[in-house]
Design a protein around this ligand. Structure first.
Ligand code: DI6
Ligand code: FE
Length: 402
């Protein structure tokens, strides 16, 4: 006897290679404990009884959405800076004058762990209300060992409060903090010899990320940090090609990074290295939009090379104050030219791969965690089509309605 049976639904399983969206019309989904035990056409159900049966009135079920790139934990906000940008200042100019990321660092250092957990939990709850069951959360607004650890602990607490599975990423290499402005190498030493070992020892993160760009870290610095992360058995990821092409995507490939993210500026060699390594391309169309819609990521080249494409909100106070995964999917289609099916794969199957979770979640398949989103629509293309509509009906995380 199964624990739970969901019937009278259509399932966009998002498994690759079969029908569009892996769609099963007239589906049933059986859940045992935390896992999907069986999924298929209801008429093929091998056994009927379950402790609990839910009839879903022909609703669409998809894998719970996965927001694989966020900076949800931060103090304050940057609405003032945005006003300055609207009046003509550039993101790089503001950063060079000590604004930008550094201003959020001051606000985050000043906030208590409980305050950070509470504001991040509210943001995580907003994502959950739009169908997210898994979110990655990066640190990166502390830039000292103590505050980076505080952020990573707050990230876990936020996930617990909002019933979202959280994967944590150390982004100690977000920018060089003001106190190391004249001694970058010593800050990279701190990241490699103190931050990464502490975070690994206390199991505060699953991966290490580096912002590799003009206003942040060079490829050589990123390589030192990747080597340190790998020595501590942490996965690596990269903010690559957001503002310029420094060769970051090629380095991501060389180190078999889980993902390279942004990629508005990326060379053919960078794409080839990512393809060879299986590195996922994470597109962040809301950050692209909020920074003024410049150069776009080369989608046809990524497709041609066979690079898997994910989509995320990049929720952060400077370049993407966005808590709507469906809006990110919409923009990935309207602005970058993804198909609605690619956009949904980008927030499910490929987002799972960008977090190393492809065996656990991201598709509806027997054996995977029962992470589901139930929607008030019947055609999966509607997920990327409606803008700002409350489409979610219900969410399951690890087999439980939350
Ligand atoms: N790229 C981004 O878009 C965010 N971080 C990064 O490396 C922006 C962070 C911020 O401006 O606060
Ligand atoms: Fe980011």
């Amino acid at each position: 006897m199964w624990d739970m049976l969901l019937t009278d639904c259509h399932a966009a399983t998002m498994t690759a290679g079969g029908a569009p969206y892996g769609l099963i019309r007239g589906a049933a989904i059986a859940i045992d404990g935390e896992r999907i035990a069986w999924i298929g056409k209801a008429r093929d159900l091998p056994q009927a009884p379950a402790r609990e049966t839910h009839r879903l009135d022909d609703a669409l079920v998809t894998p719970g959405l996965i927001d694989c790139h966020t900076h949800l934990v931060f103090g304050g906000n940057r609405a003032r800076e945005w006003e300055a940008r609207l009046a003509g200042a550039s993101y790089e100019e503001i950063a060079a004058k000590g604004g930008g990321i550094v201003s959020t660092v001051h606000a985050t250092r000043a906030a208590s762990e409980a305050e950070l957990a509470e504001s991040a939990a509210q943001r995580a709850a907003a994502l959950a209300g739009a169908g997210v069951t898994t979110a990655e959360i990066k640190s990166g607004y502390g830039l000292d060992v103590q505050t980076e650890c505080k952020i990573l602990r707050a990230a876990a607490a936020a996930g617990e409060k909002a019933h979202v599975r959280v994967m944590r990423t150390l982004l100690g290499a977000h920018v060089v903090p003001p106190e190391y402005q004249n001694n970058r190498a010593r800050y990279v030493d701190l990241v490699c010899h103190e931050m990464i070992p502490t975070v690994a020892r206390d199991r505060l993160a699953d991966a290490v990320d580096v912002f590799c760009d003009t206003i942040a870290f060079t490829v050589a610095e990123a390589e030192r940090i990747f080597a340190a992360a790998m020595a501590h058995e942490l996965a690596v990821k990269m903010h690559a090609g957001q503002l310029s092409d420094q060769g970051a995507a090629a380095l991501a490939g060389k180190y078999r990074a889980l993902s390279a993210d942004h990629l508005e500026h990326v060379s053919d060699e960078g794409i080839a290295a990512m393809a060879a390594a299986g590195t996922v391309a994470v597109l962040l169309p809301c950050a692209w939009y909020f920074l003024g819609a410049g150069r776009k990521p080369p989608i046809p080249a990524l497709r041609k090379a066979g690079v898997r494409i994910a989509v995320a909100t990049d929720c952060n106070p400077g370049t993407s104050p966005v808590l709507s995964p469906l809006m990110a999917m919409n923009m990935a289609c309207t602005s970058f030219g993804l198909t609605p099916e690619e956009a949904l794969a980008g927030m499910t199957r490929n987002a799972a791969a960008a977090l190393g979770l492809q065996a656990e979640t991201g598709t509806l398949e027997a054996g995977k965690s029962a992470d589901l989103a139930v929607w008030k629509i019947s055609n999966p293309a509607e997920l990327a089509y409606w803008m700002g509509a409350p489409l979610l009906r219900e969410r399951y995380l690890r087999g439980r309605s939350v």
